[in-house]
Design a protein around this ligand. Structure first.
Ligand code: NAD
Length: 516
């Protein structure tokens, strides 16, 4: 078996390596691929009863999960350290506090968001008909998630999906199976049996979830995998939401609050060890402040503490990629401002700032997904904007300036799904806002009512109160129908909907229609 998937005396398992030490710390059993179909079937059966429950009852169960989740905060933080090398401060803010907001927001909003929308039907054209668009659960949602926010990313789909009446079959990353087991344990205490299924394994198990008859797919991960997932879903006509990579840019204008910009950009570049889809991976700084920005940034980054502030990379392969990006940039003439080494422990790489980079270097074009911050100065703002947009990704971008209006104007001109002024990346934690961007970022939407719309199917229901025996548009087509159509248009152009008696006249007409 390849990679983390191993075949032991008791069957398949995932070997869990602590990236801080590279040592195996646990093993998680993996079920046979052939059983994935059964899991989807079990979820479907549990989901049928779940969607029949009143929304208040579904909310009650999800609220219980919310409480269990908060109680489990210390366990989640400890596990994230071991599984992803996540510093405790980061795990608390990004994976516990942010998810508390997530539960609260969806629980407080879901009644309004799921409300049926009445059809505003013209009483002239559609007499005595009433209708609505109601939002039905899609059924079983296939969720395939990455390792880098192994609690927040799946919960952003699971919480609204459940509230909307869906079941979920979740394939977590093979690099974070234990957090998935912990979340499943919490769910078992609060949700009906089988409603959320966890399928452990590598990419083949993800593919099997897509093939096993789910009704929609939510995928977060790399562009390469996202493309394969998208194609597979297309073959099955499965709605598919894709949240893929990023190569975020920050533009620092001459009037920026330098201290804040340095603090904020250092955080957004090096949080999660740079392994964040919305990490700042390219920074453009106005030439007039370039030297002072670099000096301050160097001082700040050199104070970051290994494993306390910045965690390790997740795999040796990811470490090797980061090292390649650094070596190639240095060979191409970039200046090393600070960092550059990979002294360990485990797969730790120093937070690294490179100045005077060229736009053609790999670390300016490809997602590094590591603790690298390449910086380039600019004189001409248009040139900085052009370079910021020169990427197939379009997740988030930020502008740093004291001129808030100008910052917003520049931001809105950038090709990015999320734009921030004097801040970066934290917006993924806002359940009210949208997350996601076009291009190779995948075009999906996470968070907000717009994410919910991927988890429900709008269904139109119209009831006719048997007001008349015959509709005007039914057969036969004849001269009278044409005259009536012309008349209706004339009347409506003159505000005829308000004319008294018109509705009765029309009913009378259609009642005699067949005889005309
Ligand atoms: P990945 O693409 O390697 O894996 C993601 C998931 O897909 C895993 O569960 C994996 O097992 C599964 N998978 C692999 N091959 C598959 C296949 N053929 N069919 C179905 N499933 C398959 O990504 P990763 O390394 O876990 O995560 C890092 C990537 O995710 C980065 O590119 C990052 O930018 C991106 N990401 C994006 C967002 C976002 O919101 N846009 C958030 C987090 C991470």
């Amino acid at each position: 078996m390849a990679g983390l998937l191993c075949d032991g005396p008791t069957g398949l398992y995932l070997s869990c390596l602590d990236p801080r030490t590279a040592a195996e710390v646990a093993q998680v059993p993996v079920q046979a691929l052939e059983l994935v179909g059964d899991r989807v079937q079990q979820a479907r059966e549990a989901g049928l009863a779940w969607r029949e429950r009143p929304l208040a009852a579904r909310k009650q169960a999800v609220a219980a999960l919310h409480q269990a989740f908060l109680e489990a905060g210390p366990r989640i933080v400890a596990l994230l350290a071991e599984e992803c090398g996540r510093p405790a401060g980061e795990a608390w803010t990004s994976e516990v506090v942010a998810n508390h907001d997530l539960f609260q927001w969806w629980l407080s909003q879901i009644d309004d968001l799921l409300i049926s929308l009445p059809l505003d039907l013209s009483p002239i054209n559609y007499p005595r008909k009433t209708g609505r668009v109601q939002l039905d659960a899609v059924g079983v949602i296939g969720l395939i998630s990455p390792w880098n926010l192994p609690v927040a990313i799946p919960l952003r789909a699971i919480v609204p999906a459940l509230l909307a009446g869906n079941a979920v079959v979740w394939k977590p990353s093979e690099h974070s199976p234990r957090t998935a087991e912990l979340l499943l344990e919490l769910m078992r205490g609060c949700l009906p049996e089988g409603l959320v299924q966890v399928v452990q394994g590598d990419g083949r198990w993800g593919q099997a979830v897509i093939d096993a008859g789910v009704d929609a797919v939510f995928f977060t991960g790399s562009v390469r995998t996202g493309r394969a997932v998208n194609l597979r879903c297309a073959e099955r006509f499965l709605p598919c939401s894709l949240e893929l990579g990023g190569k975020d840019a920050a533009i620092v204008l001459a009037d920026a609050d330098l201290d804040r910009a340095v603090e904020g950009i250092a955080w957004a570049a090096f949080a999660f060890g740079g392994q964040n889809c919305a990490a700042i991976e390219r920074c453009f700084v106005h030439a007039s402040i370039y030297p002072s920005f670099l000096a301050k940034l160097k001082a700040r980054v050199e104070r970051l503490r290994p494993l306390r502030d910045v965690g390790p990379l997740i795999t040796p392969a990811q470490l090797a990629l980061v090292q390649e990006h650094v070596a190639e940039a240095l060979a191409g003439g970039a200046t090393l401002v600070c960092g550059g080494g990979a002294p360990g422990p485990g797969w730790f790489h120093e937070p690294t700032v490179l100045a005077d980079v060229s736009p053609t270097m790999r670390l300016m074009r490809e997602e590094s997904f590591g603790p690298l911050l390449p910086i380039r100065s600019f004189d001409d703002l248009d040139e900085a904007i052009r370079l910021a947009d020169e990427t197939p990704y379009a997740l988030t971008a930020s502008v740093w300036t004291r001129d808030l209006d100008l910052g917003e104007t520049i931001g809105l001109g950038l090709r990015a799904g999320v734009v921030t002024v004097n801040n970066h990346a934290f917006t993924g934690a806002l359940p009210q806002g949208t997350w996601g961007g076009p291009g190779e970022t995948g075009g999906g939407v996470t968070n907000s009512r717009f994410a919910l719309y991927h988890m429900v199917r709008p269904r139109t229901v119209v009831v006719d109160a048997l007001s008349q025996p015959h509709e005007m548009w039914w057969f036969p087509y004849n001269e009278a129908l044409e005259r009536l159509s012309r008349g209706l248009i004339e009347l409506q152009r003159e505000g005829g909907a308000k004319l008294p008696g018109l509705r009765g006249a029309l009913s009378g007409f259609t009642a005699r229609w067949k005889d005309l």
